[in-house]
Design a protein around this ligand. Structure first.
Ligand code: DOR
Ligand code: ZN
Length: 438
């Protein structure tokens, strides 16, 4: 399946790390990008991939996924979650800590690293918890987890309510040169709300959580990051006021970055009404208003938002079949990210192709200091080949993920991932065979 040499011929090479956008050949050799040039003579025995009409880019990097192993293997495993990643063009993913046991100590972090090496199809880096058991009471073993390879700390899934604990976490994290990733949610304001608070929640008779439940925590943590001189990364930003707090922090020299999900960029709370309380639209933070959605798109284009992360959150269909108020939050996103962004942002020209690749690959790699995000000669051969003109028809049976909780099921979207390589090894090929000319 994998070849020592792969020549990807005649594709449109888009590499934001060098602002390169040109029709070129790319040679992968011994796990590295060996050469990017016009008309490369194929080495003997090389596999040749005809890429005319397709985009060749550095593999995508997702800073925020839930792989559910250990503990929730009925929802997803590292094997199935990374197969989904490969099918979506992702070559590196960061696995959140809300597993069972929680990744809050060295042995659990080491387990994730080892399982990923044994069963993973793409590179996996664990994110360690901020607090033991995600309880928000005692700090997790940040230093010893760092020794096992965590790349950030986060209690994602829950907000850290105690500002004093957050301060200590930031102090520790900066000692170990780790970013702190926040799930910004004030529990008192959110008050168990199951969707965005507003006109739609009122109409539907569902308890809402206000946008302020997110933005007050972003504002708080920006200030604590200033106090502790820590790198702060805001997960799944979803409101205009959060963007204001981030911009304000930057104006004051705070090292704050943020990510946005494909669902918050493209869907609003109206979907819950339109679909008749369909739990595939239940996520945390909740889908917001159209004004928030439009502001997120503009902020991604203007650089306020640094990158896209999927928050891939697989759940079993029996769980999602519960009533709206009782169903778990989350959507799967790895296999649809590229088509969703091509269809909703690239085609209508809200985002350039260069920026699209940057927010999916080069920028996230840089934020967490991960290899990848570049096709520079000598870099790891983590590569994705995709089409911006072919379509993806999203079906429940078409996922590599164990889960099917995608809001885009039954939709046909422009954009399609054709092939993915990690360290020069093919980890995904559409239809199991080489891509053909488009
Ligand atoms: O929608 C979500 N799902 N948001 C989170 O914060 C957690 C995640 C999960 O783990 O299911
Ligand atoms: Zn998450």
């Amino acid at each position: 399946m994998s070849e020592a040499h792969v020549l990807i011929r005649g594709g449109r090479v888009v590499d934001p790390s060098r602002r390169l956008d040109q029709t070129l050949d790319v040679l992968l050799r011994d796990g590295l990008v060996a050469k990017v040039d016009e008309k490369i003579v194929p080495p003997k025995g090389a596999e040749i991939v005809e890429a005319a009409g397709l985009v060749v880019a550095p593999g995508f990097v997702d800073l925020h996924v839930h792989l559910r192993e250990p503990g929730y293997e009925y929802k997803e495993t590292i094997a199935t979650g990374t197969a989904a990643a490969a099918a979506g063009g992702f070559t590196t993913v960061c696995a959140m800590a809300n597993t069972d046991p929680v990744t809050d100590d060295a042995p659990t972090a080491a387990f994730v690293v080892r399982r990923a090496r044994e069963t993973g199809r793409v590179r996996v880096f664990p994110v360690g918890a901020v607090s033991k058991g995600l309880k928000g009471e005692e700090l997790a073993e940040i230093g010893s987890m760092k020794a096992e390879g965590i790349v950030a700390v986060s209690d994602d899934g829950k907000g850290v309510q105690n500002a004093g604990l957050m301060r200590r976490a930031m102090e520790y994290a900066s000692m170990f040169d780790l970013p702190v990733v926040i799930h910004a949610e004030d529990a008192g304001l959110a008050m168990g709300g199951v969707m965005n608070e507003g006109w739609v929640s009122t109409r539907l008779g569902l308890a809402g959580q206000p946008a302020a439940a997110e933005s007050v925590m972003v504002a708080r943590d920006v200030q604590i990051a200033a106090l502790t001189r820590t790198r702060l990364h805001v997960a799944h930003v979803s409101t205009r006021e959060s963007l204001d707090a981030i911009r304000n922090g930057r104006r004051h020299g705070v090292d704050v970055t943020c990510e946005v999900t494909p669902h918050h960029l493209t869907l609003t709370d109206e979907e819950i009404a339109r679909s008749g309380y369909d739990t595939r639209f239940k996520v945390n933070p909740p889908l917001r208003s159209e004004a928030d959605r439009a502001a997120l798109v503009a902020a991604l284009a203007d650089g306020t938002i640094d990158c896209v992360a999927t928050d891939h959150a697989p759940h079993h269909s029996d769980e999602k079949a519960l009533e709206f108020a009782d169903a778990p939050c989350g959507v799967i996103g790895l296999e649809t990210a590229l088509p969703v962004l091509v269809d909703a942002l690239l085609v209508p020209k809200h985002l350039s192709l260069m920026r699209l690749v940057e927010v999916l690959s080069t920028a996230p790699a840089r934020l967490f200091g991960l290899a990848g995000g570049t096709l520079a000669e000598g870099a790891a051969a983590d590569v994705v080949l995709f089409s911006t003109t072919r379509s993806t028809h999203v079906t429940p049976d078409g996922f590599q993920s164990k889960a099917k909780n995608s809001p885009w099921v039954a939709r046909t979207l422009k954009g399609r991932v054709e092939r993915t390589w990690v360290a020069g090894h093919e980890v995904f090929a559409r239809g199991g065979s080489p891509a053909v000319k488009g």
